[in-house]
Ligand binder design. Structure first.
Ligand code: HAM
Length: 428
């Protein structure tokens, strides 16, 4: 019978890979905890309307990429393509926003029907932070600094560039959109179908066009920066001086507008040149109008999300995951005769109790000592402990390093506690 396969663009993460994921997630959780962010979990499925009203009707995500279907009641639902809108919905629904400050984080799968390629998938994972109730720019600087700290702890600082831009207030962008739309109208004959359609509905999305002819037209178009008002300028300038004080280097990129409609003032992205076309590993910015836009009381906000797959690719490519994190277990217990299996299980339990940071795998299911040793070598453990019967029918332990050193020693059972530390690295 034909075997069923996973859906294109949706990946299984196998045991060996999940060690890297666990490592990344543990560092992320440690970093956000250090800044006082608290976790929020929300569903993967939401009303389609939520994303239309937040990300924007005329965006690639909403127009082309959402997994949308009618459920059995005929309600239109969508798999979440991102976390910000859902975070706002959840936090507001449970009264966490009005007149309060919140620093929240989340992680989990997101879904976008894009064309899969390296670093771009249909189910992918984001790690995000959202901060509510702080007008900034101090909070903007804080979240950027937090992301930088994450790169530092992951050893990725040298491979990432921070790009920032000031996209102005919603009102600034409205004025700009009208000017851009009027300009595009005069060049209509050089535009493609997509650009013509967006020209009036959401002219700023025309800026994302991949069509070289459209890009040529855009070279002469009005620039957003000329429409950004005084207040946004001031906010942005304060942010850049905070970044200077914090020693965070940035590149100003006037073309960075982001693919979601809810942003205002400063937006940013961390990019790398080691991943090919999918160069953005983290994106975010302020979205002061979104809570109100979704029916809540006005609440200012800022946040970002990181694409976990892209960070995993970087960690793998650059060999940045410490060997310890990639070791599924530390000790493999071999029982040379089946009479000793109870003792083997007991010994493993004792070591787990006395050294909670160690992973101990006790061989189960029988088999000759030689084949058990093969498994021990294949397991990735540092050390094998082989239970052997002595001539006088008592039990002795043979400690055998599983690296190239071939180091080994025979000890009494009660010596194990002190000997372990001589042989292996205990801390994980
Ligand atoms: P975004 O730029 O759409 O922003 O996504 C954030 C990150 O998710 C991207 O930089 C990228 O690393 C990753 N990503 C996006 N699409 C894919 C994909 N198809 N495959 C793999 N990785 C992908 C947002 O989603 C906003 N909600 C970020 C935010 C939070 N803004 C404020 N708060």
């Amino acid at each position: 019978m034909e075997k069923l396969q996973a859906i294109r663009g949706m990946n299984d993460i196998l045991p060996e890979q999940s060690l890297t994921w666990q490592y990344l997630e543990s560092i992320f959780q440690k970093v956000v905890a250090g800044y006082g962010y608290q976790e929020i979990r929300f569903p993967v499925l939401e009303q389609t309307q939520l994303f239309k009203r937040s990300i924007g009707e005329v965006t690639d995500i909403v127009e082309k990429e959402m997994y949308t279907f009618d459920d059995r009641n005929g309600d239109s639902l969508s798999l979440r393509p991102e976390g910000t809108a859902v975070c706002v919905r959840a936090a507001d629904q449970h009264g966490l926003l009005y007149n309060q400050q919140q620093r929240l984080w989340y992680h989990g799968p997101m879904f976008r029907h894009e064309r899969p390629q390296k670093g771009r998938y249909r189910q992918f994972h984001q790690f995000g932070v959202e901060a509510f109730g702080m007008a900034g720019p101090d909070i903007d600087a804080e979240i950027i600094e937090l992301s930088k700290e994450l790169w530092r702890q992951l050893g990725l600082t040298d491979y990432l560039t921070l790009e920032i831009n000031n996209i102005g207030s919603a009102a600034d962008r409205k004025t700009y959109a009208a000017a851009l739309s009027a300009f595009l109208e005069t060049r209509k004959e050089s535009l493609d179908e997509d650009a013509i359609r967006r020209m009036h509905t959401n002219p700023m999305r025309v800026l994302d066009s991949k069509n070289p002819t459209v890009q040529q037209v855009l070279a002469g178009a009005p620039q957003l920066s000329a429409y950004v008002g005084e207040e946004s300028h001031e906010h942005y300038q304060k942010l850049t001086s905070l970044l200077d004080v914090l020693g965070i280097a940035y590149k100003e990129n006037g073309r960075l507008v982001r693919g979601l409609d809810y942003y205002n003032n400063c937006v940013f992205e961390w990019t790398t040149d080691i991943l090919g076309a999918q160069s953005a590993v983290c994106g975010g910015g302020r979205y002061d109008g979104l809570v109100e836009q979704l029916g809540g009381k006005p609440t200012v906000a800022a946040g970002f999300a990181i694409g976990e797959e892209r960070i995993v690719l970087m960690l793998d490519e650059l060999n940045k995951v410490p060997a310890q994190a990639l070791r599924p277990i530390d000790i493999y217990v071999v029982v040379s005769t089946q009479n000793l299996s109870a003792q083997g299980l007991e010994l493993a339990t004792e070591i787990r109790k006395s050294h909670p940071s160690l992973g101990v795998l006790c061989h189960c299911g029988g088999g000759k000592p030689a084949s058990q040793m093969k498994r021990a070598f294949a397991s990735g453990a540092q050390l094998a402990i082989i239970l052997e019967e002595t001539d006088s029918a008592s039990t002795q332990l043979k400690l055998r390093m599983l690296d190239d050193s071939n180091r080994s020693e025979i000890i009494d059972v009660d010596q194990i506690g002190s000997k372990l530390e001589e042989f292996i690295v205990i801390s994980r």
